[in-house]
Design a protein around this ligand. Structure first.
Ligand code: SAM
Length: 356
């Protein structure tokens, strides 16, 4: 029997899961399938902390893990709201509708890539429900391993200084395209990326029209590895253009989800839930994220950009103030400690960084 898996470093992502599902369940109940539950760390926390109107189905093919998950439910007095099974994840998801079971949310948290489970989750979740995909193969999703990105997600990526955003948008874009192939639309409500994980929470709607509308927000970013210029690609065809800043050769990254990756109303709900729990560190990140809604689909990592310019990292507050005083929007990013997001043109960001 294989040993069961438990990753204590995933505490932050579990906190956000608690807040996400609490917000989702606040209007009506929720039946969540934690389809690769391991010992149930995430699912049991959601059942315990997100609301008593949540039912959780925990599943893991590793029977040692499933047995610990069951014990976990018993110890937490949750056997009335939690079920534990030991099925193959895809068999469980594909057979659920035939057995008259509909999940309002399916959470997919595999080792590595969620690709083997994404189609089943996106095509069987209840319409209007949520699919959450976790990826730990960040090298494939950030351009560190281009071949793996192409193979698994069908994306062409390059390394950038905003790799967390690239990972979230590549995973969201992949999910939207897979959902569309099943005549379902998908749009991200929330995304969280750290140095080990990318997690994207998507709402899934069912119709060819919803699928087409979602696909309209798929596109490409362009990036110059020489001067770090970035922007939304006008061509969107993967054709390299010349960098408007330095004349270098631009790289195109995509296909990526270029729409909002955070739903304002949902993040506001999560922030209220975090404040109620006194989770100050999570509230701080959610507050930053709220300011980023509707802004360009990339941030600037000040350390990386400063390094490439051969200057010291400017004080973040001073840079934000300088950009804001010129009439641009500029905020700290919730995605990266040293990240800023702004609608200022690249040239202005660089000028201000040099000046400070
Ligand atoms: N969600 C867990 C947590 O928060 O601690 C961690 C899950 S762990 C990263 C991935 C789990 O997927 C493992 O426990 C493994 O046994 C299970 N697994 C892998 N392939 C599976 C399959 N085809 N069907 C069901 N479970 C599977």
């Amino acid at each position: 029997m294989l040993p069961a898996f438990f990753n204590p470093l995933a505490a932050v992502t579990r906190d956000f899961a608690v807040l996400f599902y609490a917000t989702r369940a606040s209007k009506s109940g929720l039946r969540l399938l934690d389809v690769l539950s391991g010992i149930g760390a995430r699912g049991v926390r959601v059942a315990n902390e997100s609301g008593s109107n949540i039912e959780v189905h925990l599943n893991d093919a590793n029977s040692a893990a499933a047995e610990v998950a069951l014990r976990n439910c018993e110890l937490n007095g949750l056997t009335d709201r939690c079920t534990v099974t030991k099925d193959d994840a895809n068999v469980l998801m594909y057979s659920a509708p035939r057995r008259g079971i509909k999940f309002d949310a399916i959470d997919v948290d595999p080792f590595g890539s969620p690709v083997p489970f994404a189609d089943a989750a996106l095509s069987t979740v209840r319409l209007g429900g949520v699919v959450t995909l976790t990826a730990t193969d960040l090298s494939a999703l950030t351009g560190r391993s281009q071949a793996a990105g192409r193979r698994k997600y069908g994306v062409s990526l390059w390394r950038t200084d905003f790799s967390r955003e690239v990972a979230a948008r590549a995973l969201a874009g992949y999910s939207v395209m897979r959902a569309a192939s099943r005549e379902r639309g998908a749009r991200p409500l929330f995304a969280h990326v750290d140095s080990q994980y990318a997690r994207v929470y998507l709402e899934v709607e069912g119709s060819a029209r919803a699928a087409d509308e979602s696909l309209e927000r798929i596109g490409y970013l362009e990036y110059c590895p020489r001067c770090l210029y970035r922007g939304v690609s006008a061509s969107g065809q993967g054709d390299p253009r010349v960098c408007p800043m330095c004349g270098g050769e631009l790289r195109e990254l995509g296909p990526l989800w270029l729409g909002d990756i955070l739903d304002r109303e949902h993040v506001e709900g999560m922030l209220r839930a975090a404040d109620e729990r006194g989770w100050a560190a999570r509230s701080r990140i959610l507050r930053r994220m709220l300011q980023e809604v509707g802004m360009p689909p990339y941030y600037y990592s000040l350390d990386r950009v400063a390094d490439s310019l051969g200057i010291c990292v400017p004080r973040m507050d001073a840079l934000l103030e300088a950009l804001t005083s010129k009439g641009y929007k500029a905020v700290r990013s919730g995605m990266h400690e040293l990240g800023i997001r702004t609608d200022a043109p690249h040239k202005v960001v660089i000028e201000e960084m040099r000046r400070l």
